[in-house]
Structure formats: C-alpha cells, structure tokens
Write a protein of this length. Structure first.
Lengths: 649, 366
C-alpha cells in the first residue's frame, strides 16, 4: 500500500514539476518535437578563409564531427548536420535554438595561450609609448583583496593566490570591472607565498636580436605591431567579433570580448588541442566554499602539462604585466591571469573564472572539450525550416499506436481474464508516467521527440507488458504447484523479480552504452530506450506487484474465480484436494484418475528412473519401453497417447 | 480456446506435453545457418538501398515561391524519377528545399525544369547542389564502436549473472542471427534504409537479448543443481525450461508484435514510404525472428555448448547409462534396449498430494 502511495506521489511530483515549469519557466504541457516533426532553424555555414582558398573535404568532415559532438553535448536534441556543395555546412537544429546553442555551432573555439606583453585602454592612443605603464597600477594585490571577484580566485589547494588581472586592471582603468579577465589558476604544486607583490617597475626589455623567450617584448613588439596596437579601437564592436586566424609565431594585437582592454600578446605557447578535458561548474575558494561563480575547468594532456609548467616557470621571473598569460579564444582574450610568485603549475589543471553564467560556461566548456573547428565559419543564412514529415505522419503514428494498444488490451483480457485489467492499468500508468517524464525532460534536458522516438515508445508497450507476462506466468506456475494465491504471488514475485531485473539490466546496458558512445539520432534512440526500461522496472515494482498483493487477498481472485485468470483448476493444479491449513482440506475437481498425474514423459518414455526411481516408475518405464515401437521422432503434439508414469518420489 | 491454451500451458509446465526442441537442435542450427546464408546473399545482391541520409544526394532550392505547397515538389520529382521519395521542406517564408538521392546530371536538369514549372518561377530561382550525408561516416563509426563495446559488456554481464560464459556466447550468436535475418529481409523487400531503419535494427538488438535472457533465466533456474541428481540430464532440464516458458514467449511476442503490426500496417498501406513504415518493418521482422531464436536457437546452442563441459558430459553419460540399465533390467525380454536412447524425460518430479479426508478409511459403525 505504501508503495502505491509512493507511485501516486511520484506521478504528482512529475506533473507538478511540469506545471511549475509552465507557470514560471518556458515548459509546455506537450513534449517538444524534433526536427522531423516540428521543423527548426537551419544555419548555413560558409568557411572563412583568408585567401579564399578551397577547403578540403576532410576539413569539412572534421568540422561536422566537432559540431555534432558539441550539439549533442547540449542535450538530446537531434540535429541534422551535413555538407552542401562540398564546402558549406548545413546545420538544422530543432525548434528555436537559444543563442548559446547557436554559439556552439558557430564559433570555432580555437583556443591558445599566449604571454601578455602589454595592455592598454581600449581606445586608440596617440602616444607611441603604448606600453601602459604598470607602475601606474595601484598595488594589484591590494586591488585584489578589495575586488569582489577576488574571493573567487583564491587558490583552492594550497592558498597560493594567482593574481587577478582584472583586479589590477580595475585599478588602472575605471571601466575594466566588467572584463572577464579574472582567472584562477588552480595549482596543486604551487609552492609558497600566496600574495605576490608585483614590482612597480614595468618592462625590463633586453637588447638581443632573437627572441629570448616568448615574453621578449623588444623582439615581438615591432614598430608595426605597436602602430596596430595604437590604432586598435576595442570599443568598436567590429573588432570584437573575433574569428580571425593569426600567425601563431608573431605577436597578436587584440581585445577582450567586452571591449575594455586591448593587449599585445606574444607568440602562441600552448594550443587548445592540448586540452584533454573541460568542464563547467561553480568555483570554490581555498576553503572549499562555493563562490557561486561559474567557472570553466581545464585539464591539459601530457604535452600541454609540460608546456604549461614551462610557461609558468618562466613567467615567475617576470614582472607585471609580463607575468600574465592570456587565454585567447577565437582571437579574443577571454582571460589574462597573472601568476603569483612561486607559483609553478605542473599538474596541468587550470580554472577560468570571469563573467560567465551557467549557459556561457557550459558552452565554452563544451566547445573546448570537443576541440576547435579546423577553420572559422561565417553564418551565411539562418532560416526557419518546416518539418520534413507532415503532421499526418505523427497523427497516423499515434492512431496506429492506439490500435496496437487496443489489440494488446483485448489479447491480455482474453489470455488473463480479470488479471488482464492489471496489465491494462499498469500500461496506462506507464503511459501517463512516460508522458510526464518526457514532457519534463524536454523542458529540462532539451529532449525532443522524433518520429522514430514515437515508434520506440509504442514498441516499449511490448517490453513493458512482457514484465507483467513473466510475472503472471510465474504466479500461475506456482498455482500449478498447488499453492494458494497469496503464497503463489509471493514466490512467483521472488522468481519473476530476478528475471525482470536481469533482462531489463541488459536493455539498460544497451541504452547507456549507446547514449554515451554514439552520436546523432542513435543517441536520441538510446535515451528513449533507457527511459522506458527504467519506467518499466518502476511500474512493476511500485504498481503491479503491490496491486497483485492487494488483489490476492480479495475473494474474487483469492478463491480463483473462473474469470479471475488465476483459477487453479483451469491451471490444472494437482489433484483437486489440497491442504489449506488449520487442519482443513479443500476439495475440488480431481482432474484425472490418479495414476496419471505427475511426472510424465512424452514418448515412450521412460520417465526418469534410474537407481532412484520408485518401483512404480520402473514399471511405468518398462511398460512404456515395451509399448514404444519406433524410437520416435514424430511431432509430439500430444495426439499420440502418451504413457504416463506416476511420479512419487 | 483460452481454456485449451491454459490447459496446454499447464501440460507444458508439468511436462505432460513436451516438444523436443533442444533434442532437434541440429535441424534448428541448419535452418538458422541457411537463413543467415540467404541473408548474406541478399545483402550482396540486391543489397541494401541506402537512403539519402547515408549517401548524400541532390538538393534543389526554389526561391521566391508564392505557395508553400509541398505536394507540387513531390509531384515534380515523381515525374522525373518515379521511385524517388523526396524530402520537401519549406525554408523561411518563400523558398522550398527539395532533397533527393543522387540524380544523374540529366535528371537534375529535368527536375529543375519541373520545379520551375510547378512553382512558376524563373530559372534563376531554382538552385541545385550536392549535399553530403547527414548520417555520415563518423556517425556510423561511433555507432559501430558503441555496438562493440555493448557486446563486450553484455558478454561480461551475462557471464557474471549466469556464472557461465556459454550462455553469453549463445545469446550473442543468436543476436547476430536475428540481426542478419532482419537485415536480409529488409534487403529482400528493397525499401530504402533510413536512420529510422537503423534505429529499428538497434531496437532488435536490445529486444533479442532481452528475450533470450528471460528464457535463459528459466534454464538457469531448472538446471541449478543438475549434477546433484540423476533423474534427468542437463539437456532434458533445459528442454523443460524452454517448454515451460513457451507460453510466456508466445504471449510476449504477440503483445509486442501487435502494436508493431499496427504501425506497419498503417505505415505501409496508409502512409506509404516513410519513417513509420521503415522502423515498423525492421521491428516486426526482428521481433519475430528474435522470439524464435530465443527458443529455437539460443537455448539449443547453449545446451550444445554446455554438453561439451566435462562435468555435464559425465553427468549426462551417467544418467543415460542408469536409465538404459533400468529399462533393460525391467523389460526382461530385452526388445526395447534399442529404444533406450530415444527415451527422454520431459517432466519434473511432482510431489504427491493430500487426498483429502474423503480418502481416509471410514470408521465403521458410526
């Protein structure tokens, strides 16, 4: 009884969640539909090459693969991605995708790590001494302690604070508060001294001809670079689109995405393909307390870790601003943390914090995780497209499903009599729950129902009904053994439960593997399969079994009414008479002359017997053997009179 | 009939009626082998007709249309290539996108003209280009990898659960058989393979194993301590299990096939080519074959494997020898000794039952 209440609570909870969603968020009462049924948005991406050179088909394939992984990572919406005319990529997303989803598709996410050579106010400057004098900077560590961002940047592992560049920039430029440039570098092996005092002295250039290191200002900041730097206007939105490909070995002049600082950066030291994993989450400070700020965590692979160690070691010896390194995404600096002295990062783990929200952090993490697009693309067109399948397909599909369901109902009533109602009721509850969960998931997870998905759900009727059939057959088996219904339900459940769990586990295994390893529509299918399997288990455990327990106590079922489907006589329970406890014996139909019931074998058989056989068995065996003429290979349809032996043992 | 069916189920359960399914395994193996071979031949010729989603094709974009009637485009394509099932989509408010499988240059020109006429637009408004597959190599590759991973995990899980790798092996062989036959039938019918079809095949994968596990669980239950008794052999116990689950297998298959049959019927006869028809055909064939293979292929295979096991082999020999001697001993004339081989036990021992007070001797004079 209690489990039944659990079930009711569960159903109410699911629908209450959906209701709350419709009330306060953008949930709907119907599941969202996929591309084939609802249509969506089509983006045509054209490759952006500097010299209009043609793009190889491998590059396009690679880009398609990356885009597909990114889209898949955003939920279970099935997107269609294809190439068109050899060079364009057509991406069709169901419904009206959010900006974050579109960003997943559009941005190439080429990430690189470059040392900061210098930075300045975003507006063009006339002076040729572009290296903004960091001596003007108020003590960055002081700024850091004041800045509210800074709590987020506390070093979680050993308290070595990575200096916060936005804090320092904040001190220099009044308008720099909004930059996303604050970063924590998470570091397990940082050694000492949490608060570094960056020297007030600025650039200490050296007079060598070759680059001494990637941080060598005199080598990299040429006249030309300086001129571009001075001319750059980061307040102009045109300069904030990013996406330009740049020479990895030369200095880069660029902005941060909000247009508040401009930078001159050294050559690329680590490229984004050395990132082995990326995830988003809420950052924690050194005390392990959540800061409530969204961050992106990076992990480097072997090479990346080594390179990162080298970089941080070198930056140690430098002073501000050269002790900062910039994280450049698609040509824009998304973060430029500085290192506190003594901090050498050798475990290859970094954390980017900044002006992220849940969506942007997830988007960036997904972009980084699945790698950069091999080339940049520009959106050529973005248009609404209609469904590829007419609405009649869905309609007819649902009608077919209903017909199928009706047939199932008729069949199970026919087979199981009143017990069939338990099946029907269970299926109805499964349907209601499935609908609720799918609606809920299409709101929270972006799940979308495609026509194959609908077909999958209809097919799930069969798999769900099988659990009941297995269970009912086991109960009947126990009744045949002569048990009372209550006992039969108990024992039958014990055995059926094992079978149901084992077989559903196999289905669930298939679903999980396909969901995590496959892409595209296979993934959508796996999701549906896993969902229905879980719901099947749930229904059997919290509905069908408790209901069976309840009805086993009713007179109608318990006494085996003819229409209950659990009539022991119809099931041929042994003999008619059985001990029913308390010294009483129930008499019923006795089905056949006694010598006949019991262990039987089919053809001229010898039942059993062997050493352990009873005399009666041996006699029967002998009789059978004598009667057996041909050693038999005809169909045993029972039409041939089979000898039976008594099976007492 | 229901009464008879219940009676029949009862007979199967007790062993009063028994089908020697495991004993005739050679025939089932032969039949399965032939089916798989046929499927293999069908796969080579005529082979599967891969849809546009797998091969890519031609795309026509008709701009500046005044009507968004998609039927016009379907008809236009049908004029040129009658077998073609184009995917027509309206893009934005004034264009129509038509995708077909790859056409020859001639056909492309013809379709262009037909579309111009159908929508009454100028030549410049119809653009055609080649589109790549939406279900590209990478999707297939990933699906393939995940399949392999699934099979490996499945083998491990089943081996652990049944404590015997032979059950896992038999289940996986049966699985391959199901998939092969389903794909073969699909090739025979010659409908286009679409992602929906592939999803149908994948469902079969899950369903086939699921069905097999249910039957095997009964086999496991029946043979739990088979070597500790000497009445019946492993083979006989397994056969009893198959007979006992036969009613369940039939009921399950009917219940699972009814909705699929409904979709197939509606899909094939009412809607014509499309997702529903494709997925329903794959499912219908696959579930049918899957139900059969779990009874007629998986269990006999499992028994064949188990009989090679040392302990089981010795036990079988012991039981059969004892049985033969019992027969010969009792049938003193010896005429039936030859028949001893054919003798098989089909039932299980059943306890005697209380006969009721009426069976007690009456006390007289009372």
């Amino acid at each position: 009884m209690r489990t039944l209440i659990t079930l009711v609570v569960l159903i109410v909870a699911v629908f209450a969640a959906v209701f709350a969603g419709t009330k306060w968020s953008d949930a709907t009462w119907t599941p969202k539909l996929a591309l084939d049924l609802e249509g969506g948005t089509q983006l045509i991406l054209a490759p952006k090459t500097e010299d209009n050179s043609s793009v190889s088909s491998e590059t396009i394939q690679q880009a398609i693969e990356v885009i597909r992984q990114r889209v898949d990572s955003s939920g279970v919406a099935e997107a269609e991605i294809t190439s068109q005319g050899g060079s364009n990529i057509v991406v069709a997303l169901p419904g009206k995708p959010s900006e974050a989803t579109l960003d997943l598709v559009r941005t190439s996410a080429q990430m690189e790590f470059r040392p900061v050579l210098t930075y300045a106010d975003p507006t063009p400057t006339a002076t040729d001494d572009a290296t903004a004098d960091p001596s003007a900077t108020a003590d960055p560590s002081a700024g850091a302690t004041v800045s509210p961002d800074d709590t987020a940047t506390a070093e979680p592992t050993d308290g070595a604070t990575a200096e916060n560049s936005s804090a320092s920039t904040e001190a220099v430029f009044q308008n720099a508060v909004a930059t996303s440039g604050d970063t924590v570098v998470r570091n397990a092996s940082a050694t000492d001294d949490p608060s570094a005092e960056p020297s007030a002295e600025a650039t200490t250039g050296t007079d060598t001809t070759g680059p001494e290191s990637p941080s060598d200002i005199d080598y990299y900041v040429t006249e030309d670079v300086l001129a571009r730097f001075n001319a750059l206007d980061c307040t102009d939105p045109d300069n904030l689109t990013g996406g330009e490909t740049s020479d990895p070995d030369a200095a880069l002049v660029t902005c941060d995405p909000t247009g508040t600082i401009k930078y001159i950066l050294g050559p690329v030291e680590i490229t984004g393909d050395h990132i082995s994993n990326a995830s988003s989450g809420i950052g924690v400070n050194s005390q392990g307390v959540s800061t409530g700020q969204w961050v992106v965590n990076l992990e480097f692979d072997g090479t990346g870790t080594d390179e990162f160690t080298t970089v941080t070691t070198r930056l140690q010896s430098l002073t501000s601003p050269q002790n900062q390194f910039a994280i450049v995404l698609d040509g824009l600096v998304i973060s430029a943390p500085s290192l506190s002295s003594g901090t050498i990062i050798s475990d290859g783990k970094a954390e980017i914090s900044g002006s992220f929200n849940r969506e942007t952090a997830t988007t960036l993490a997904n972009q980084l995780k699945f790698g950069a697009l091999p080339i940049s693309f520009e959106v050529q067109s973005q248009e609404q497209i209609s469904a590829t399948l007419g609405s009649e397909q869905l309609e007819k599909g649902l009608i077919a499903g209903l017909i199928g369901l009706l047939l199932v109902v008729i069949y199970s009533l026919f087979q199981y009599r009143a017990l069939g109602f338990v099946t029907v009721l269970s299926l109805a509850i499964a349907a209601v729950l499935t609908y609720g969960v799918i609606t809920l998931l299409s709101w929270t997870q972006g799940y979308r129902l495609s026509l194959p998905g609908v077909a999958g759900l209809i097919v799930a009727i069969g798999i769900t009904a099988d659990s009941f059939i297995v269970y009912f057959e086991r109960i009947r088996d126990e009744l045949r053994e002569g048990r009372t219904l209550v006992a039969a339900v108990d024992r039958g459940w014990e055995r059926a439960r094992r079978t149901i769990i084992a077989s559903d586990a196999v289905n669930f295994l298939a679903a999980v593997v396909l969901y995590f390893l496959a892409v595209g529509s296979v993934r959508g299918f796996a999701f549906t399969l896993g969902l229905t399997t879980l719901l099947d288990l749930l229904i059997v455990f919290v509905f069908t079994h408790p209901v069976m327990l309840l009805i086993a106590k009713t007179k109608f079922f318990g006494s085996g009414h003819r229409l209950s489907g659990l009539d022991p006589r119809r099931l041929g329970a042994t003999g008619g008479t059985r001990y029913v406890g308390r010294g009483r014996v129930a008499t019923g139909r006795r089905d056949e002359p006694d010598g006949d019931s019991g262990l039987t074998t089919e053809n001229p058989l010898l039942a059993t017997t062997v050493a352990g056989g009873t005399i009666a068995e041996r006699r029967a065996a002998a009789r059978a053997a004598a009667a057996s003429t041909p050693p038999d290979d005809q169909p045993q349809d029972g039409s041939t009179p089979a000898e039976r032996t008594e099976g007492n043992d | 009939m229901a009464v008879n069916f219940a009676q029949w189920g009862n007979d199967l359960y007790t062993g009063r009626r028994s089908y020697d399914i495991v004993g005739r395994r050679k025939w089932w193996f032969l039949a399965a082998g032939i089916l798989v071979l046929l499927a293999a031949i069908l796969l080579v010729k005529p082979g599967l007709q891969l849809g546009i989603e797998f091969r890519g094709g031609s795309e026509f974009t008709v701009s500046n249309v005044s009507t968004s009637d998609q039927q016009l485009a379907t008809d236009a394509v049908a004029e040129v290539a009658p077998d073609e099932v184009p995917r027509v989509t309206s893009v934005g408010s004034s264009s129509i996108r038509v995708q077909t499988s790859e056409l020859t240059n001639d056909q492309v020109e013809q379709v262009r003209t037909a579309l111009e006429d159908a929508y009454g637009v100028s030549e410049d408004d119809v653009a055609s280009s080649y589109i790549g597959p939406t279900w590209g190599q990478d999707v297939s590759k990933k699906a393939g990898t995940s399949l392999v991973v699934f099979l490996v995990l499945l083998a491990i899980v089943m081996t652990i659960y049944f404590r015997n790798w032979r059950m896992a092996a038999a289940a996986i062989i049966a699985l391959f058989h199901d998939i092969a036959v389903t794909v073969g039938v699909y090739a025979l019918i010659g409908w286009e393979v679409t992602p929906a079809t592939v999803i149908g095949f994948l469902t079969i994968l899950g369903y086939s194993v699921y069905d097999t596990v249910v039957v095997f669980d009964k086999v496991r239950e029946n043979t739990v301590a088979v070597t500790e008794q000497s009445r019946s052999t492993y083979e006989e116990r397994a056969n009893l299990a198959v007979n006992q689950t036969l009613v369940r297998s039939i009921n399950t298959s009917v219940v699972a096939l009814l909705p699929v049959a409904a979709i197939l019927f509606i899909g094939a006869f009412v809607l014509g080519a499309g997702t529903l028809r494709d997925i329903a055909l794959a499912l219908f064939v696959g579930m049918f074959v899957g139900a059969f293979s779990s009874v007629f292929l998986a269990t006999p295979l499992e028994v064949a494997f188990r009989l090679r096991e040392k302990g089981i082999k010795a036990h079988t020999a012991k039981v059969l020898a004892a049985r033969t001697s019992a027969v010969t001993e009792l049938a003193a004339d010896g005429t039936t000794v030859v028949a001893a081989d054919a003798v098989r036990m089909t039932g299980q021992t059943r306890p005697g039952s209380h006969q009721g007070t009426s069976a007690q001797p009456r006390r007289k004079g009372r």
